[in-house]
Ligand binder design. Structure first.
Ligand SMILES: [Zn+2]
Length: 283
């Protein structure tokens, strides 16, 4: 347990350094610092495998948010270029962080088998969040019109929930694969400080990739079904805005109160369930 204690001290120090940088570089908003520390420390306590996956998610998402920044700002395609807010940080990081920390507690309490099987689940949840962020931040740069996932005959405005494009799908696969790769390789580090694992790196990679990607597909489907969709009475464009072409738009389906962050948490749950199924079948 000594190596785990040393690791925790080092990773918490790293979190605090990263936080200062994140605020000054506007990766997160200043008033979201407390939430960011809580979520980051929970993901650190979960062990180096999950922590490196989490750091990869935070850094790569910030990088891709900046991609085409002027284009996104001019078309109002991403408010995230001004930094992530509290709700976004909680929605992507709290559940995986809490579950990863719970696994460590189970392990310390002697429930080794349960803990080692469950510890892959939060990494799969992070893979879904990473896939979703890459898909939206890279996908909005697609020059054509995206289409609704369950009604591909309808093209919609870029940035509409439940819309997909070839570029967005490729980006989400890349996002899930990156976390799967980092998570799988870094579980070797987790073995040094915490768990005794006997899983092959390939198996962890495949399980995280598949459950992460399925979680992201469910994010599009849930976003399509639940989030509000409206139509412009002038040009007929399907969007989520109250106004289009200077006129009020008409409501089609979905509920106004359902935000992307709510859908993100539901899709993490889908990813977690998929991961538990795959772990019990394959490991
Ligand atoms: Zn219009």
């Amino acid at each position: 347990m000594l190596s785990y204690a040393v690791y925790v001290i080092l990773s918490v120090a790293f979190v605090l350094c990263l936080l200062r940088e994140s605020i000054s570089k506007r990766i997160i908003r200043q008033d979201a610092a407390r939430e960011a520390v809580l979520v980051s420390i929970l993901n650190a306590l979960a062990g180096p495998g999950q922590f490196l996956a989490y750091v990869t998610f935070v850094l790569s998402s910030s990088l891709f948010t900046r991609l085409g920044k002027d284009y996104k700002a001019s078309k109002l395609l991403s408010k995230d270029i001004y930094g992530r807010d509290r709700l976004q940080i909680i929605a992507v990081g709290l559940l995986p962080g809490a579950l990863g920390t719970l696994c460590v507690m189970l392990y310390v309490a002697g429930m080794h088998q349960l803990a080692t099987k469950l510890m892959i689940v939060p990494i799969a949840m992070l893979a879904t969040s990473n896939a979703d962020t890459w898909a939206s931040e890279i996908g909005v740069l697609y020059k054509g019109k995206p289409r609704l996932i369950l009604r591909p005959s309808l093209s919609v405005e870029p940035g509409t929930s439940g819309a997909v494009s070839p570029l967005g799908i490729a980006a989400s696969l890349g996002g899930a694969a990156t976390i799967a790769c980092v998570g799988a390789l870094a579980t070797r580090l987790t073995e040094y400080v915490l768990y005794d694992l006997n899983y092959s790196v390939h198996m962890i990679f495949i399980i995280v990739l598949v459950s992460g990607f399925i979680g992201e597909v469910s994010d599009s489907i849930l976003g399509y079904l639940l989030q509000e969709k409206r139509r412009c009475r002038v040009c007929g464009t399907i969007c989520e805005h109250e106004y289009h072409c200077g006129e009020p738009t008409e409501h089609l389906w979905g509920r106004k109160g359902i935000k992307g962050e709510h859908v993100n948490m539901m899709s993490q749950a889908v990813s977690a369930v998929t991961c538990i199924l795959l772990v019990s079948l394959l490991l």
